[in-house]
Design a binder for this molecule. Structure first.
Ligand SMILES: [Zn+2]
Length: 289
């Protein structure tokens, strides 16, 4: 038996059966006849998001590359959002029509929301270290945590056409209809979405409540715990001081109160930014089986 085409056959067997893949672009390094761990991982990555791709891709659409990392917003980098990669794992899928971002859990299974950027909306692509930057009409996407060689390869595949305006589009997590805005419900299938405003107001009331509403339960628990500790410090300063000096004693606790208020406001803004990254379905999530 000739052993020539074996690695290619093995990789093809790992790929999801229902998705068309441009093999040479997806696995640029298989020519030397062996499968690298990274290639195997990439095939597995695609298989995990297959339930989404199956419903999302057009019949003739071909997948060119896939990688995973964390989507970052400037807002998150400037605030406590450096914690955000924990809640914001993302699989990036490049097709011949668009770049698709699929929100996933730690095991790369589809989770809450998805976005897309049609290729003709890309104004520029660059990268540094483990970052990929994709500029569109409105904003710059920062995609972090990509393997250096993969980032380089992806940059080579993403050429800019730079003519049209417009940015990332939200995808309905149920029927995958694309929209440039954030409607309260899907115009195609009627799926109802969670409101960014409601999420922000909840986090303003108490840190973490907005995240809980959006469905980031574990992250929310951490924030609620942190908020509770802050409030405990505040109250344990305020109560003895007021008991000792009356209302004048409240002044002692004022700086801590300012800190508590700041944390509430920052978390509200952060939660709003997170809610706006995609359409969070009211009683569902991305298909993962
Ligand atoms: Zn829909």
């Amino acid at each position: 038996m000739p052993r020539g085409g074996q690695p290619e056959e093995e990789l093809k067997a790992l790929l999801p059966a229902s998705v068309a893949v441009r093999f040479d672009e997806m696995f640029p390094d298989t020519r030397n006849g062996r499968i690298r761990r990274r290639d195997r991982k990439r095939a597995e990555l695609l298989r995990k998001v297959e339930p989404v791709l199956q419903r999302l891709l057009a019949p003739t659409e071909v997948v060119r590359f896939a990688t995973n990392g964390a989507r970052q917003l400037m807002w998150w980098l400037l605030t406590a959002g450096s914690m955000n990669p924990f809640a914001n794992r993302t699989t990036l899928v490049l097709t011949d029509k668009r770049v698709v971002l699929i929100h996933t859990d730690w095991k790369n299974r589809p989770r809450m929301f998805a976005n897309q950027l049609p290729l003709d909306r890309i104004r520029a692509t660059s990268g540094r270290n483990s970052y990929i930057f994709i500029r569109t009409g409105r904003e710059q996407l920062m995609f972090h945590g990509v393997k250096r060689s993969e980032a380089r390869h992806l940059r080579g595949l993403l050429y800019s056409t730079a003519s049209k305006k417009g940015g990332w589009q939200n995808l309905c997590p149920r029927c995958f209809a694309a929209t440039d805005s954030a409607p309260p419900a899907c115009e195609t299938c009627g799926e109802v979405f969670k409101s960014a405003k409601k999420a922000a107001l909840r986090s303003l009331m108490f840190p973490g409540l907005g995240d809980f509403y959006l469905g980031y339960r574990k992250y929310a628990m951490l924030e609620i715990l942190g908020g509770a500790v802050l409030w405990a410090i505040f109250l344990s300063t305020l109560v003895p001081a007021v008991r000792a000096k009356g209302s004048e004693g409240a002044l002692v606790a004022l700086p801590i109160f300012a800190l508590v208020a700041l944390v509430h406001v920052c978390d509200a803004l952060l939660t709003r930014a997170k809610a706006r990254t995609g359409l969070h379905s009211k009683d569902g999530a991305l298909p993962s089986e």
